[in-house]
Design a protein around this ligand. Structure first.
Ligand SMILES: [Fe+2]
Length: 207
């Protein structure tokens, strides 16, 4: 079975922006449920768990059509939440290279990138995530996807996920998503984002 990730910080690490209650409920109440539901669905198909969840996207045809949507939804619920929890950190560091240069080239600077992320996340209709993903040309793409959809569905590799489902912020901000974004975007984990970016470049054999 797939095992949930452990967080590298406490639920109380962002209390200036997000309460312990919100983060704990998000991880235990939402994320762990997706892990459990994905495992249950796959067990029902005698799946051998012989590859990682992101590969379910390209192998989805191996499952009966009636449960493919369910598997894709739960897989997104697992992977998107994992990336979201890894996309925030209470430890502030300088944006590392090569990501810093790429973000500056693409968006004009780190502040400008964060402004674009804020605007896009603020305008996402309903529930979903704002992602930063890398496409086959190693270009960075900021995009919104609904519900638990994933950039993997479109051949891109996500390196940042920002959860804007109401359960991410409602206990603290009610329906004021912009307040949540304003407070949480300063906690972006550029180190993790850079690590994933480098992995994609290596995979595409450009470094
Ligand atoms: Fe969530």
């Amino acid at each position: 079975m797939y095992q949930p990730i452990q967080l590298s910080y406490d639920f109380s690490s962002f209390t200036s922006a997000l309460s312990e209650r919100t983060l704990k409920n998000h991880y235990e109440g939402h994320y762990l449920r997706y892990v459990n539901q994905l495992n249950q669905l796959l067990i029902s198909q005698n799946f051998s768990f012989n590859y990682e969840p992101s590969l379910l996207y390209r192998n989805i045809d191996a499952f009966p059509i009636a449960i493919r949507d369910g598997i894709l939804f739960q897989t997104g619920g697992v992977l998107n939440h994992e990336l979201y929890f890894q996309s925030i950190t209470p430890t502030k560091i300088e944006v590392p290279e090569p990501l810093k240069s790429k973000l500056t080239e693409k968006y004009g600077g780190i502040g400008e990138f964060e402004d674009r992320l804020f605007s896009l996340a603020a305008e996402l209709p309903g529930s979903g995530y704002t992602f930063l993903a890398v496409n086959n040309n190693n270009d960075l793409i900021l995009l919104n996807l609904a519900n638990q959809d994933s950039p993997y569905m479109y051949g891109m590799i996500p390196i940042l996920a920002f959860d804007v489902w109401e359960h991410s912020y409602y206990l603290d901000y009610l329906n004021h998503r912009a307040g949540y974004l304003e407070k949480m975007i300063p906690f972006l984990n550029y180190q993790h984002m850079n690590r994933l970016y480098e992995q994609v470049l290596k995979k595409h054999k450009t470094i």
